[in-house]
Write a protein that binds this ligand. Structure first.
Ligand code: CP
Ligand code: NVA
Length: 297
């Protein structure tokens, strides 16, 4: 059974194949060409945390591929009353053809995959967000090709973990600029995979020669209790016009969204020509179709 739990579940060749498929699907959609390859297939989408982009792009992806998608709120299911994940996994496997799950803990995603007899897709956990960075690869490819210097600013979180693994697999040069204590937890894993990843505490030095500046919220879902200490720790790591001026002139600015203007990024940078955040959001749809075709057909 093939699952997508970590971006490192995929080989370089598989990632490049997904990129080609997503590019083709995007082009086809523009021309009004839809191929119903997932007719009569149903994807269950299980959410323990909120979502706008992941939920809607997966649902539209399934519909445009001729299939169905079920939105399942964790707390409306018996899961919310304590039914074990392993029973939920086995029952869902009798009804649907794939499960996308967004969970508070990465172990929940792994447990679901262990007991499901159908493909499981990680739609964000505290450790990784593989679907996000696959879509981001399409965005980076569209603007910069496959030879970009990527700089991550701020919290070394779930998105950062997946991005350093992706960069290691594809050979992107990456700089991570974060305060002490907020390094990505999968850094040693990415280095083991041969990643060209450097830590640079000073954000101004970090963005020198950057093709891509990427940031994400300083307080991820589930970290609300740490809000005060986090806002303090990340001071100075905000992407502002001044910081952007230290990067290459044509650097693109990325953010997986939702954006907290005035925290990790300023409103004028988000609204500037350097920002590609809405392309990123759109590309979730095209890349998720590619992932669904690979795992469900
Ligand atoms: N980027 C992302 O996953 O957004 P949502 O939380 O809205 O799904
Ligand atoms: N790091 C953020 C990403 C949201 C898509 C979070 O986990 O809340």
């Amino acid at each position: 059974m093939r699952h997508l739990i970590s971006i490192a579940d995929l080989s370089r060749e598989e990632i490049l194949e997904l990129l080609r498929t997503a590019e083709k699907l995007k082009e086809n959609r523009k021309r009004g060409i839809f191929d119903e390859k997932l007719k009569n297939k149903t994807l269950a989408m299980l959410f323990e945390l909120p979502s706008t982009r992941t939920r809607i792009s997966f649902e539209v992806a399934m519909l445009e591929l001729g299939g169905n998608a079920l939105y399942l709120n964790w707390y409306d299911l018996q899961l919310g009353r304590g039914e074990p994940i392993k029973d939920t996994a086995r029952v869902l496997s009798r009804y649907v053809h794939g499960i996308m799950i967004r969970a508070k803990k990465h172990e929940t995603v792994e447990e679901l995959a262990k007991f499901a007899s159908i493909p499981v897709i990680n739609g964000l956990s505290n450790i990784e967000h593989p679907c996000q960075v696959l879509a981001d690869l399409l965005t980076i490819y569209e603007y910069k090709g496959l030879n970009a210097r990527i700089v991550w600013l701020g919290d070394g979180n779930n998105v950062c973990n997946s991005l350093i693994l992706l960069s290691a697999i594809l050979g992107f040069e990456m700089v991570v600029s974060c305060p002490k204590g907020y390094e990505p937890s999968l850094l040693s894993r990415a280095l083991q995979l041969g990643g060209k990843i450097v830590l640079e505490r000073d954000p101004k030095k970090a963005v020198e020669n950057a093709d891509v500046l990427y940031t994400d919220v300083w307080v991820s879902m589930g970290q609300e209790a740490e809000k005060e200490s986090r806002l303090k720790a990340f001071r100075g790591y905000e992407i502002s016009r001044e910081l952007l001026d230290h990067a290459k002139k044509d650097a693109i600015v990325m953010h997986c969204m939702p954006v907290h203007r005035g925290e990790e990024i300023t409103d004028d940078v988000i609204e500037s020509d350097n920002s590609v955040i809405y392309d990123q959001a759109e590309n979730r749809l095209h890349m998720q179709k590619a992932v669904l075709l690979k795992l469900l057909s």
